[in-house]
Design a protein around this ligand. Structure first.
Ligand code: GLP
Length: 264
């Protein structure tokens, strides 16, 4: 069963996710972390910085792999996911920018960019832990509804819904690129563990489909049910449509010490 943890606020959820990830870094300092963009993981990255300092956890050997990138933006564009991750992840955690690998959205090399990125992941032994947000239509990375559950990193066409959701990062919504390059669902499922975060009522329906709905390409996030080590950390709003909410809370409250990933 997917582990579902419901807490009172996005800040508590981020702190908990930060503990989970840092407990993995403690065991394996050269952890290969899959990193997500969007508003959701921003406070997780901040909490990781705070807790790493508090518990004396060295992040110097961390390697990071982005989930996705827009295709066709100017190099260095402030709207690119590389730029986002440099600002909200690399700088916040004080990491070497060279530790971050992002699929290339350069049109000139786009035909081979997916294979190139897959090879980069494989060459270093695979992603240990993949952080995920969720789109309001149930996408993960930029795997829109209908994406093959076995897909690999490749170019995708964004839906109008996703382009509208991401419009706030651009001066006008029409500027959101039509194409992106995204890790496939098959790629994501190969990470050794998954940590999904979602906050607010706006995500409640997508979260319910992902966690309790049928496994279907109609809700790409439902593929996480196939993963043996997936943890979904939610605030009350994002959890509000879950039918088994009381049971998830009961499981969490009774989690045995020997299964705990809390820092101390
Ligand atoms: C984008 C990203 C996803 C992210 C989603 C949700 O589309 N490609 O990786 O999960 O947005 O973003 P937010 O966290 O801002 O709601």
């Amino acid at each position: 069963m997917t582990e579902v943890v419901v807490v009172d606020s996005p800040d508590s959820a981020s702190a908990l996710a930060a503990e989970l990830i840092l407990s993995k870094v403690r065991t394996k300092p050269a952890l290969r972390l899959g990193v997500a963009t969007g508003a959701t993981p921003v406070s997780l990255y901040r909490q990781m910085a705070v807790l790493a300092k508090q518990f004396g956890i060295d992040l110097g050997e961390l390697q990071a792999y982005a989930l996705d990138e827009y295709v066709g933006l100017e190099p260095g564009s402030p709207q690119s996911f590389r730029h986002f991750l440099e600002e909200h992840f690399i700088e916040v955690l004080g990491l070497d920018p060279n530790c971050l690998v992002v699929p290339s959205g350069d049109v000139a090399t786009i035909a081979t960019a997916g294979d190139h990125f897959e090879k980069a992941i494989l060459d270093t032994g695979g992603i240990d832990c993949q952080i995920l947000g969720i789109g309001s239509n149930g996408h993960i990375g930029f795997n829109e509804p209908g994406s093959s559950l076995g897909s690999r990193t490749r170019v995708k066409t964004l839906t109008e819904n996703t382009r509208r959701d991401n419009g706030a990062y651009f001066s006008q919504p029409e500027d959101v690129p039509v194409h992106c390059i995204s890790q496939g669902i098959g790629t994501i499922l190969e990470a050794r563990s998954l940590v999904m975060l979602a906050f607010g009522d706006k995500k409640a329906e997508a979260v319910a489909s992902a966690v309790e709905g049928p496994i279907s390409a109609s809700c790409p996030a439902s593929a996480i049910q196939l993963h043996p080590h997936a943890t979904v950390i939610l605030d009350e709003g994002a959890a509000s449509r879950l039918e088994q909410l009381r049971y998830y809370k009961f499981v969490w409250e009774n989690k045995p010490d020997w299964q705990s990933w809390r820092l101390s």
